[in-house]
Design a protein around this ligand. Structure first.
Ligand code: HEM
Ligand SMILES: CC(C)=CCC/C(C)=C/CC/C(C)=C/COP(=O)(O)OP(=O)(O)O
Length: 321
């Protein structure tokens, strides 16, 4: 995987790169402050929050809806910045992450932390003032879960780090729903479960081809601790469990034929990509002989899977209802 600061060299990124922020972080460009929020990752996180909000039986007024989305975006980004502040030592070792703003020396660690804390507080308080305590509480909990429980504890201590830590990234649909309704229901909980079960095959596909990086940084990711073969099996197992759970909204009568067809096709696709990872040609240690191309494909497919699954749910409940 290419080293990336979170924004590719698009014209927008080059423009942002010219905007410099003076002071102690003299070398930091606006681009770096944005990169601290992991913008590409949180784009999908925010979309799942938007989906949770839009599939609720009642919609908020448009300005409130925009504030809800902004708060999820700022809160998730702030959690990413806490992660980048804390992980600056290991990020400096890994090829994929060493160009990030803090290990790259363009943003001071303390500035990154202050920035992350301020954005966390702003997102939670603003969501509370605009909607309700339940939504703000879940947002606060997910920031804490990703920034502290996953980043500071699980990530460096157990190969099940992302299974448990994945809960943090699964909360946004619940936040979106709760912000609108003031309570929770079966559907947002099932959406949580879907993102929760999607996270292991999503991340382990990537970890198969980023394994050397994690090994050199001493992070106990599954392929580092249990080997590639075990990880490949786990990916397949999770695609089956995810497939079953993704159909729960249909079984409990929360959506119609359109979602059921979308989910079934997407599930078959994920199982296919998972099996390709499993049957990838490997040496006796389970290392890929094809530069893990199937794992790269499975990772890319995981992103499309979640996006289109929630698109299917949105179309089913909003347009076809
Ligand atoms: C503990 C849970 C998770 C872990 C450990 C994880 C890990 C990763 C890693 C290491 C990358 C590569 C990022 C990079 O190169 O900077 C990545 C990419 C990505 N992740 Fe995840 N992820 C998790 C959960 C999620 C969730 C919940 C979502 C969205 C709902 C998500 C969406 C994405 C997206 C969209 C990308 C692609 C970013 C790009 O194009 O560069 N991830 N993930
Ligand atoms: C609302 C809210 C707070 C949402 C949180 C969203 C969330 C948990 C996103 C997880 C995304 C992600 C890139 C995790 C990887 O962390 P890593 O440290 O394992 O990856 P890295 O090595 O690339 O830093």
């Amino acid at each position: 995987m290419q080293a990336s600061s979170g924004l590719s060299a698009s014209p927008l990124a080059r423009f942002l790169g010219t905007l410099r922020v003076e002071g102690q972080d003299g070398d930091a460009a606006l681009q770096d402050w944005i990169a601290l929020l992991k913008p590409r990752v949180i784009s999908l996180v925010v979309f799942t929050g938007l989906a949770g909000m839009a599939v609720a039986p009642k919609w908020p007024p448009v300005p409130v809806g925009l504030v809800i989305i902004a708060c999820i975006c700022i809160g998730a980004g702030a959690a990413g910045a806490i992660n980048m502040w804390y992980d600056r030592d290991i990020d400096a070792i890994m090829k994929r992450t060493r160009v990030r703003p803090v290990p790259g020396g363009r943003v001071q660690p303390t500035s990154a932390l202050v920035y992350a804390v301020v954005l966390s507080v702003v997102s939670v308080v603003l969501l509370w003032l605009t909607t309700n305590l339940l939504a703000a509480g879940i947002l606060a909990f997910s920031i804490f879960f990703y920034g502290v429980i996953y980043t500071m504890w699980l990530k460096r201590s157990t190969p099940q780090n992302i299974v448990i830590g994945g809960a943090a990234g699964a909360f946004p649909p619940m936040i979106g729903w709760a912000a609108t309704m003031g309570s929770l229901d079966v559907l947002p909980v099932v959406m949580f479960a879907i993102v929760f079960l999607w996270t292991p095959p999503h991340f382990w596909s990537l970890s198969l081809y980023a394994c050397k990086d994690y090994e050199s940084a001493g992070i106990p990711m599954l392929p580092v601790v249990k080997g590639a073969r075990h990880t490949r099996w786990q990916i397949v197992i999770y695609t089956f469990i995810l497939g079953a759970v993704s159909l729960v909204p249909s079984v409990v009568g929360q959506c119609g034929w359109f979602y059921t067809v979308c989910a079934s096709l997407l599930d078959l696709g994920f199982i296919y990509y998972g099996l390709r990872v499993l049957f990838d040609r490997q040496d006796e240690k389970g290392n890929s002989l094809t530069k893990d191309r199937p794992a790269r494909h499975a990772f890319r497919y995981s992103l499309a899977y979640l996006f289109f699954l929630f698109c299917g749910l949105l179309i089913d409940r909003v347009l076809l209802a």
